[in-house]
Design a protein around this ligand. Structure first.
Ligand code: MRU
Length: 355
């Protein structure tokens, strides 16, 4: 099995005419890349989680907007700007919780507006492409930095619990919550043990994190979500690393459904619980976790997906919130590329210059 680090989660094609993504819905069995050009294809790829994980969604949206902008036929700048605004809003409607989506789209939009009176349509298109490239390259560096800070918290032989997938597949490279483990491997550490919650209902832990860690040669154990408690009680977990889709100004954060339960368990068992997030995921405009929009998804993901036949009675009510909010009081620290923020988080974010 190839090391997952060798896979490109998201990139532009060589001729820069299409968005290429690894279709994560097919992992771990099939490694298949999709080449996307049309607005509906790009929107669908984000909505269906073919490309997923907050930073990777941001990169896909930035490259996606560049591809759509490149398809504009005229040379009238005002028409171009209006067209790009429509495409930006359309892509932004694909998923609500991960702030990196709107962050990346707004970054390109701001760049466009700032330069629209100085440049031609052709030059503006090139500028958007360069900015999308920068978002991608910056994300690689950011993830490595998060990995280095997280690595400093680890000890030889540690058991690390993670939830969902915040690894290389969720970012441009390396990941956030799994980045410290990649850095540890670079230092020759071969004695860490990673426990992956399977992460119902879409199984990002089983299909993606377990695949990533195993392919990198890490001792990997898969747990059903409801096994985290006994695993902690048995003393197998020394530290918890999870990712985030949006961190509020007070340190509350949204991450994959089930994360807040893991945090409550970690507090009960006295296990350090860290959220690993780039500053692009910290949304100072969102005051608390109550203000984070939570994506609700289709009931079939709970009742039918992965099963040979439907496993719940017809007509039963199903709730399927895709994310939950972990209260900041449960969080030991938030590992960013600028260092580790400790409570009180609002003050720590300000000290780090996060706006
Ligand atoms: O629905 P998903 O798979 O996009 O959810 C992903 C997560 O919750 C990740 O933990 C989060 O985006 C952080 S990725 C570095």
């Amino acid at each position: 099995m190839d090391n997952a680090l060798k896979l490109d989660t998201v990139r532009l094609s060589e001729d820069r005419k299409s968005l290429v993504i690894l279709d994560q819905t097919l992992l771990p069995r099939n490694i298949k890349y999709l080449s996307l050009v049309k607005r509906e294809e790009i929107w669908e790829a984000i909505y269906k989680l073919r490309v997923r994980g907050a930073p990777a969604i941001g990169c896909a949206a930035a490259y996606g907007l560049y591809i759509l902008a490149s398809g504009y036929a005229g040379d009238d700048v005002d028409g171009f700007v209006e067209y790009v605004k429509g495409e930006k809003d359309y892509l932004n409607s694909s998923r609500p919780t991960a702030v990196n989506l709107s962050w990346a789209l707004n970054r390109l939009w701001t760049c466009l507006v700032a330069n629209k009176d100085k440049l031609s349509v052709k030059e503006l298109k090139d500028l958007l492409g360069k900015d999308a490239d920068s978002i991608y390259q910056e994300d690689v560096a950011i993830s490595r930095s998060i990995g280095s800070y997280g690595f400093e918290l680890l000890h030889h032989g540690d058991g690390i619990l993670t939830h969902c997938n915040a690894g290389t597949l969720a970012t441009a490279k390396y990941g956030t919550a799994l980045a410290p483990i990649y850095i540890a491997l670079e230092h020759g550490w071969n004695d860490l043990k990673v426990y992956c919650d399977e992460t119902r209902p879409l199984l990002q832990g089983a299909r993606l994190s377990a695949f990533e860690m195993q392919s990198a040669g890490v001792y990997t154990t898969l747990l059903c979500d409801n096994m985290a408690s006994i695993t902690m009680k048995r003393g197998k977990i020394n530290i918890v690393f999870v990712g985030a889709d949006r961190v509020a100004a007070n340190g509350d954060f949204a991450n994959k459904i089930g994360t807040s339960g893991v945090a409550i368990l970690a507090k009960h068992y006295g296990i350090p619980f860290y959220c690993c997030a780039p500053t692009t995921t910290i949304d100072m405009a969102t005051a608390t976790g109550d203000d984070i929009p939570i994506e609700e998804r289709k009931p079939e993901e709970v009742t039918e997906m992965w099963y040979k036949e439907r496993m719940a009675p017809d007509g039963v009510h199903v709730d399927n919130p895709a994310f939950d909010v972990t209260d900041h009081t449960l969080v030991t620290g938030i590992i960013t590329e600028k260092g580790i923020a400790y409570p009180p988080f609002d003050k720590a974010f300000k000290r780090m210059g996060i706006k």
